[in-house]
Design a binder for this molecule. Sequence first.
Ligand code: PLP
Length: 278
Amino acid sequence: MPVHMFGQPCDMNPILDVAGKHDLMVIEDAAQAAGAEYKGKKTGTIGQIGCFSFYLNKNITTAEGGMIVTNDEQVATRAASIRNHCRPEVSNIPNVPAYNVFWGIGWNARMNSLQAAIGRGQLRRLEDSNRRRTQNAAYIRHYVEEFEWLRPQKVIKDAKPVYWMQAFRIDEDSKIDRDEFTSAVSAEGVKAEGYTPIPVHLQELFTKQVGYGRTHCPFDCPVYGKKIQYKAGDCPVAEKLCKQDVVIPCYHSLRGSDLNDIAAALTRVARWYETKHR
Ligand SMILES: Cc1ncc(COP(=O)(O)O)c(C=O)c1O
């Protein structure tokens, strides 16, 4: 499940190769990347399934909700049914209508007409919104390019990102503390933060293993035959990166004065670090 983080497409070809070798489905998480492209293809349409979020901070929104896209008819039919309490499209039981048949445990994840109408309107604005985000991100990057330790998220070859946020990484060698840096920028009136302060495997969901029922599977899974307990140090790369990332807003409705405020806050704080360390 590749995640196109902050609107940057993942390098999909190597992922598709590995998936092909092991007969795996590729499910793209394009929640932050509606409209982005990889080698001329839209993110979300490269694997077997693409997922989008229309939560209100995304590039387009229906206030809540999302969408999956797929070329696979079976997946499409199954997904449409699961979101409707696992009712089948057509009943296979004589004299019982489809809305009274349930083949599994499903949810109500239906998009209502009002949300769909908002979504259609938003879709018309997507290209313009992404263009503005891309321009805003470039503006922000331009002002901080002199600070080599503040490294913008890499754009891979043949990718057209859509910049849900402008992400940076604070270089390890700089010895600059990310939380101190983001607090200082925030004190200047500009929202800056680490996007993933806690790596996934250290979330309480996994460390305390709450909510896995009596069998406690998969943590005590008899089939696996080994107890699983996540702890600090298990994923050293993720743990390191989670202390280095910084995200800066670049959304489409920022005005020129907002962008100037962002550039000024970032450069003021970054220059302070430069003088401190020299
Ligand atoms: C990368 C990514 N994946 C998944 C989600 C979940 O989307 P939703 O909250 O619409 O279910 C989000 C949204 O926050 C996201 O940013």
